[in-house]
Every structure is written in C-alpha cells, then in structure tokens.
Design a protein around this ligand. Structure first.
Ligand code: FSX
Ligand code: SF4
Ligand code: F3S
Length: 391
C-alpha cells in the first residue's frame, strides 16, 4: 500500500489501539501528525512516518532533571488546559524520572533515577530544565545531597542525547542575570559539548513535542543552528511573521499601554517589543493550544525576547529593539509626521536606499522610527498644551 494510503486508512489496528490508549479521536491525531510535519518543514509523506512512529515505535526513556528554574517549562508542557498536548507528550516518551511530577520522594526517588539509568543505559534522553550554578564549586544547588554540576554530568554520561529545555538550561536564562551571583550556566557549558536547546521562558510545548517526535520517527533530532536550536522553530525572527507587522511597516505604533494605538492592535515596537531581534516561532504558531492569539504580542504585551541570549532578562523590557536583517522600503508613508517634515524622511529613505547594505539600512530604519516617534511626541505635546490653555 502507498504511504499516503496507509495514512488515510483509518481502520488500521495500530490507530485503533492509539485511539483507546489516548482517548483521542483518530482524525484529531492524524491532523496532529500533519501539523507537526508541516511545522518542521518536512517533505510530503512525513506525516505518515510520524503517525506510524507514534502508533508503534518504542517510547524512548526520558530522565528529566530540575535545577535553577521555576518549573514553568514542565508546567507549560503539562498543564490541564492542553489535554491533547499533555497526552501526546506523555505518550511519545516514557517519563521514567521527573523530580516534580513523580510520587516518590527521598531515597525512593534516587533509586528510581538509578534504576532508569541502568535499565536504559546508552539509550535514554536526558532532559535538563534549569541553569547549573558553577560558582564556589557549585554549592548553590543540590538534589538528594548531590551538587547539580555533578548530577548533570553523571546523568549525561550514559545518555543517548541531551536536551536543554527552557532558556535557563539553554543559556543561563533568568538565574544568570547580571551579576549572576551563583555562576548560573547552561548545560552545554557545564558538559563542554553541544546539546539540543529549546529556549524560551517557558518554551513553546510544540517545539519540544515536535523535536521528540522527530527523534522517535527518524532516530535523530531535527537540524539545529550553532546554538543547538532546532531550525524549524528558531530559524526566523518573531518580527518576520508577526500579525502586527503591517502596522510596523506602515508606522502605526502603540505609544503607551492602553492608548488608542494599543487598543487598536498597533505594533508594540515602541513599547520595547524585542520581536525584531528574537529568533523563535511564537508569532507563527502561537503558544500551546489555548487559542490563536495566545502569545505575548497577541495578548498586547511586547515580546521581551525570553528565548534569546543577550536580549531576554538582559535588555530593559521597554528599551527599543535592535533591528536585524532589515531591508527598508523605498519610502515611508506619512502617518504621523507633521506637514513640512517630509523632506527629512525622504532624504533619510534615499540615503538608506543608497547605503544598500543590510546593516546600514537597519540603522536608517531605526533612525526613521526615531524621527517618527519625535514627530508623534511633538504633536502630543502640542495637543496637550492646547488642551491646558483651553482649561
Ligand atoms: Fe521557568 Fe523552566 Fe523560565 Fe527557566 O522554563 S519558565 S525560569 S526558562 O527553566 O522553569
Ligand atoms: Fe510584531 Fe513586535 Fe515586530 Fe511590532 S515590533 S511587528 S509587535 S514583533
Ligand atoms: Fe518569549 Fe517573546 Fe515568544 S517573550 S514567548 S520569545 S514572543
């Protein structure tokens, strides 16, 4: 039978079993397989391979460690609002050790970890949530009497693969904020080798699920960038796919929380949105499955760049973002500038066009935004003082 025929054969036994196992409609499941394949940019036919793997492949054993973090990564994966997601995650992996979910405590928990490591030696996936403190010989975080720095090395030694989930484990995240008193470090820094990273605080559950499903289906992780991030999820700037991008391009910005622009869904750049310098797919796929607009910018808050090293928890939230990879339009529409100021805009655009190079162009665009902002502020000050005079 052709692969696609298999995919659409809804009476196959393995699908029947999966439906019972997950209490999940078969069409919903097949739709999920297509979505995951499309999200990862896989070629046609991959959805059938994914379906087959989830239905029949042996679930990889997962050992999940927690260090310096808030457990938001686990929360976002497993919270009750996402029953489908939660079921699928727990179905595609065999979660053999997870400090905040397991019922066992103390010596029982330690024994469970050692048993899982022994039984699946060389085959388990180690997932690390949280940063690892290295300052003062790593004394700032201990689990079961062991320093985090030693525990992560012990568990990584026999793992088939290591995933750093969340910004804390990926690059230090919030615990590494300056002056980083505990020396909070990433998993890759501590292990001294690259690992797959799924940054975000918390990261999008689909990115973790899709990465694991790829491993289950093809026996390897998806292609990653130099920071270990799967390219399918972190290959594009948030700004490139943002639903407010048309407002950015047209120069329509929210200037204050709750002002007319904010209420009309204008671009949040001037409130400090870091979408232009943050690589993640939040704007493309939303967050979790609680609704299409359920991501920071969709809810009216600027992106703080929670997934991006050097941006999230580093740059002030309301500082305007650095523009990356920008090609300026030839001309800016006159939205907010006052009469008589157009010449400076036209000349700035002309210089930008001549400058050509993306870096120079980015500077010009940022300056243009600054001009536009200044004009808007001047207008606001004028109307404020006019209002005061009337009183
Ligand atoms: Fe929290 Fe995870 Fe942030 Fe860190 O997410 S949501 S502090 S990335 O490690 O638990
Ligand atoms: Fe969207 Fe932010 Fe870019 Fe505006 S600056 S288009 S709100 S990502
Ligand atoms: Fe984080 Fe920005 Fe996405 S704050 S969740 S990277 S929109």
């Amino acid at each position: 039978m052709e692969r696609n025929q298999v995919f659409f054969d809804e009476n196959r036994e393995s699908l029947n079993q999966l439906e019972k196992r997950l209490d999940l409609g078969r069409r919903e499941f097949l739709q999920f397989c297509s979505t995951v394949a499309a999200t990862m940019g896989l070629p046609a036919g991959a959805e059938a391979a994914i379906a087959k793997a989830v239905e029949t492949a042996k679930r990889p054993s997962v050992i999940w460690l927690h260090f310096q973090e808030c457990t938001g990564c686990s929360e976002s994966l497993l919270r009750a609002e996402h029953p489908t997601l939660e079921k699928l995650i727990l179905d595609v992996i065999s979660l053999d050790y997870h400090e905040t979910l397991m019922a066992a405590a103390g010596h029982q928990a330690e024994a469970a970890r050692k048993d899982a490591m022994k039984a699946n030696k060389g085959k388990y996936i180690l997932v690390v949530e949280g940063a690892i403190p290295v300052k003062d010989d790593g004394i700032y975080c201990k689990i079961g009497g062991k320093k985090a720095i030693n525990l992560v090395k012990e568990c990584a030694a026999d793992a088939a693969a290591v995933i750093a989930i969340g910004s804390c484990a990926s690059w230090g995240g919030m615990p590494s904020t300056d002056p980083n008193p505990t020396g909070a470090s990433s998993v890759a820094e501590v292990l001294g080798k690259p690992v797959v990273t799924i940054p975000g605080c918390p990261p999008n559950p689909y990115n973790f699920l899709a990465t694991v499903v790829h491993f289950l289906t093809f026996g390897k992780f998806p292609e990653v960038d130099k920071l270990g991030r799967p390219k399918f999820a972190y290959g594009r700037l948030i700004h490139e796919n943002c639903e407010r991008r048309a407002h950015f391009d047209a120069g329509r910005f929210a200037m204050e929380f709750g002002d007319a622009g904010h209420r009309q869904g204008y671009c949040l750049y001037k409130l400090g949105c870091k979408g232009p310098e943050t690589y993640a797919n939040c704007s493309a796929i939303g967050f979790g499955d609680a609704g299409e607009n359920n991501w920071p910018v969709g809810c009216g808050h600027p992106c703080i760049g929670c997934s991006e090293k050097g941006v999230g928890f580093t740059k002030p939230i309301h500082q305007v973002a650095k523009m990356l990879n920008v090609t300026p339009p030839l001309q800016y529409p006159r939205i907010v500038e006052e009469q008589g100021k157009a010449a400076s805009f036209a000349s700035a655009a002309a210089v930008a066009a001549i400058a050509g190079a993306a870096a120079g162009a980015a500077v010009m665009l940022t300056r243009n935004l600054g001009l536009s902002h200044a004009a808007q502020e001047a207008k606001k000050a004028d109307s404020d003082s006019a209002g005061k005079e009337k009183v």
